[in-house]
Design a protein around this ligand. Sequence first.
Ligand code: F6R
Length: 254
Amino acid sequence: MEIVIAPGEAEVGERAADAVVAALAGRPEPVLGVATGSSPLSTYAALAERRLDWSRTSAFALDEYVGLPEEHEQSYHRVVDAEVTRRLGLDPARVHVPDGNAPDLEAECERYERAIRDAGGIDVQLLGIGGNGHIGFNEPASSFASRTRIKTLAPHTRRDNARFFASLEEVPVHCLTQGLGTIMDARRVVLVAIGERKAAAVAAMVEGPVSAHVPASILQHHRHATIVVDEAAAALLEGAEYYRFIQEQKHRVR
Ligand code: F6R
């Protein structure tokens, strides 16, 4: 894992955008995996500022709530459209979000996996991390081999996401999410974490044992994972001094 500690949210966005741009450079038909939530917003802002040509880029969302109407402002269809598609100027026809209202949800999950494969696989997957260590909506005890499927949201996640809804009761209970196996197939992953409420999960992901109890810890086995955190999210990293030293020395290798 490459650990990048940036001073604040804006710098996290810049560094994560650097990693995304590097991963997509030279790809004739780039494929970007997108996360929703608050963590990647500064990354999308930084990417938007760079005024790149996204016309040939496809995007795949990590997840979607089950049963939330597509036009609901918190459906990930809407969020991805507003925060990613419009902001970056992607072709909406190339942006994919699993359909949480499909009549056959299992068939929809299989279709989504096939669509990712048919696009050539994900070049770079952008991720946030839940306070309980989830990535996508792969909650604790998710299989490391899992593919896109229906999951039940953890009470912890529903409480966290209640800030986007009028009340906790309005937060859907089920979702469709790319599996940990799906995420691990991405050629590169870039995870962003901001704020002290992520510090324990970040430390467990980077320095704890690889355990289904902390789904993000599987990224220790990814060949090209970049973790970009601000000072507050890095606060519990025992190896922080070394991670900073690596970044300082990065361009000095001969
Ligand atoms: C979002 C997603 C989640 C979030 C995570 C952190 O598509 O899959 O894993 O990245 O819950 O959410 P925020 O960034 O809102 O703290």
